[in-house]
Write a protein that binds this ligand. Sequence first.
Ligand SMILES: Cc1cc2nc3c(=O)[nH]c(=O)nc-3n(C[C@H](O)[C@H](O)[C@H](O)COP(=O)(O)O)c2cc1C
Length: 74
Amino acid sequence: MFLQTVLLLLRAEGLHSCPQMTWAKFHRTVAEIVSPPGALVLFCGMSIGFEDPEAAQPRTGRAPLGETVTFVER
Ligand SMILES: Cc1cc2nc3c(=O)[nH]c(=O)nc-3n(C[C@H](O)[C@H](O)[C@H](O)COP(=O)(O)O)c2cc1C
């Protein structure tokens, strides 16, 4: 949920992102490069930048809101 908040705030600033938890498998290698302070361990990587709309990449579709959310009114 914390990450989702960061992702949404990035969009609000016009930025795009791609979280990747798989980086956590390589936390020792990453630590050799970034030297994290104390007992910090990499939990999740996240690329942040601007999407290249011209890039040839598969685009994941989005389900319509009504497929996953039900608004209950009283
Ligand atoms: C917390 C989190 C961790 C993720 N970790 C990975 C990962 O390790 N490897 C991966 O291929 N995709 C991972 N994803 C999915 C990608 O970030 C991305 O959502 C997916 O490629 C689909 O792109 P889209 O969300 O722009 O449609 C993760 C997503 C979230 C929210």
